[in-house]
Design a protein around this ligand. Structure first.
Ligand SMILES: Nc1ncnc2c1ncn2[C@@H]1O[C@H](COP(=O)(O)OP(=O)(O)O)[C@@H](O)[C@H]1O
Ligand SMILES: [Mg+2]
Length: 253
């Protein structure tokens, strides 16, 4: 089992788009992935066309009402997903401050899914609270999408500093990989951000850059990943290449 938290405290950087399309590429490669929506905004759930009204969200796992396996839904692409519901926003408040509250998801995954040996991707919300901590503590690696804009470097540095703190506290390494998204080859800024990221984080920056591409923005409106929506688009090519790069670099074992 390789669990990946897709996290950046900055919103709109491509966390959900990356989770959706990397998980879908892994499904196409018959790796039997599971995507978990851990954002109360439930964008991943909507992007996959799951009806929130009928879905049992992951919040019922945090409320001790359902097991993780109970909550898995199958999409036509073969992707499995545990959806979110807006009531997930209450989990932070309900969780209190007990010591193991941030390890609940990790325990649930190792109890129910450890034997499966499949890739698990967790789409995080843009806030560092109980939910994102659960995702990061469950994960083997953190994927940090960064959009090619002005404040992007600061966002990555914040996440990397957080991983350092967690390393000290939990006594284990939290490895990460940065991927540059919304790359616009007409803008010098895109190239200079990529160079700066490479300078600072070297091998930890994916060579594959995700270009700004309209098919990536459109596909969620149809409840589909980019491969189903526009298989020959630049977005489909980029996410397929990124998934291959992550596999080659041992991200999914
Ligand atoms: N490479 C891209 N090209 C064009 N639009 C994109 C791209 N990546 C993300 N978007 C769009 O930008 C918005 C924010 O992306 P999203 O994945 O939801 O970010 P986050 O989950 O980090 O908040 C969405 O409307 C999404 O469709
Ligand atoms: Mg999102």
């Amino acid at each position: 089992m390789a669990t990946i938290a897709v996290f950046n405290q900055k919103g709109g950087v491509g966390k959900t788009t990356s989770t959706l399309n990397i998980a879908s590429a892994l499904a196409a490669l018959e790796r039997n992935p599971l995507a978990i929506d851990l954002d109360p905004q439930a964008h991943l759930t909507h992007s996959l066309g799951v009806d929130q009204a009928t879905s049992n969200g992951i919040s019922s796992f945090f409320r001790d009402e359902r097991s993780l396996l109970d909550l898995v839904q199958y999409r036509p692409s073969g992707l499995r997903v545990i959806p979110a519901h807006s009531d997930l926003s209450k989990i932070d408040a309900l969780s209190g401050k007990t010591r193991n509250v941030a390890s609940r998801l990790r325990e649930g995954l190792s109890e129910h899914l450890a034997k499966e040996n499949v890739p698990i991707l967790i789409d995080c919300c843009p806030m560092l609270g109980i939910l994102s901590l659960n995702a990061i503590i469950s994960s083997d690696k953190v994927l940090i999408p960064v959009s090619a804009d002005f404040l992007s470097m600061q966002g990555v540095q914040k996440v990397v500093a957080l991983l350092d703190v967690l390393q000290g506290r939990f006594g284990r390494r939290f490895d990460f990989m940065v991927v540059l998204t919304r790359f616009d080859s007409r803008r010098k800024l895109s190239f200079s951000i990529f160079d700066k990221l490479k300078e600072k984080f070297g091998e930890k920056v994916a060579d594959t850059r995700i270009m700004e591409n309209v098919s990536l923005a459109e596909s969620p409106a149809y409840g589909r990943d980019v491969f189903a929506h526009a298989p020959s688009s630049q977005g489909a090519k980029d996410y397929f290449a990124l998934t291959h790069e992550l596999i080659e670099k041992g991200f999914f074992y």
